[in-house]
Design a protein around this ligand. Structure first.
Ligand code: CO
Length: 187
């Protein structure tokens, strides 16, 4: 049992480090309380765990590798943000070769309700603003606009999408929202 607790504590510590957690006291206080149910919790899917930090896989959970291509497509329609993450990063890569002016991609996050209006205003703001209306408070997070072969990233506080949804991520390049959008949720 003591070995199991040690392993659990180590996983918690790594998870907190990976997610930028700011609660150094958590491992010591969390492990004893979770001890009676430690074994089943380790087998359960992360989404089922009340003590999310204890069950979260150690690394790489607080980011997503989003890809956009020359066919105006993202590589997913659904991004799941683990509730154990304090911050979440979307790393966007344009896997195509077309220039930004012809096939630009970014990632913008809004409520699904605001999606159409934010997209319309972004297009009106033009290429000089990466098709994002400056100071738009409906936008929870957005990346810069990139062309083929380029990468960028955006990091945001998970608390911003933990309530008030549903939320959508999309590309605001003119004409892309129809194909390049999906849901983003905390689970
Ligand atoms: Co695009």
């Amino acid at each position: 049992m003591s070995m199991r607790l040690s392993t659990l504590a180590a996983v918690i510590a790594v998870s907190l480090a990976a997610c930028g957690g700011q609660e150094p006291a958590a491992p010591a206080e969390t492990a004893p309380a979770a001890a009676p149910e430690a074994a089943p919790a380790e087998q359960a899917p992360a989404a089922e765990a009340v003590d999310a930090a204890a069950a979260a896989p150690a690394t790489g959970e607080c980011s997503f590798a989003l890809e956009g291509n020359d066919a105006m497509q993202f590589n997913t329609k659904d991004i799941v943000v683990p509730a154990s993450c304090t911050e979440f990063t979307i790393n966007l890569t344009h896997t195509g070769t077309m220039p930004v002016a012809a096939m630009g991609h970014n990632v913008v996050i809004t409520t699904t309700a605001d999606l159409s209006a934010v997209d319309k205003d972004g297009i009106a703001a033009g290429a000089a603003n990466d098709y994002v209306k400056p100071g738009d408070e409906r936008i929870i997070a957005h990346s810069k606009l990139i062309g083929g072969g380029e990468s960028t990233s955006v990091t945001f506080d998970v608390s911003k999408i933990s309530s008030g949804g549903p939320f959508t991520f999309f590309c605001s390049f003119p004409g892309h929202v129809g194909l390049m959008q999906g849901t983003i949720s905390v689970q």
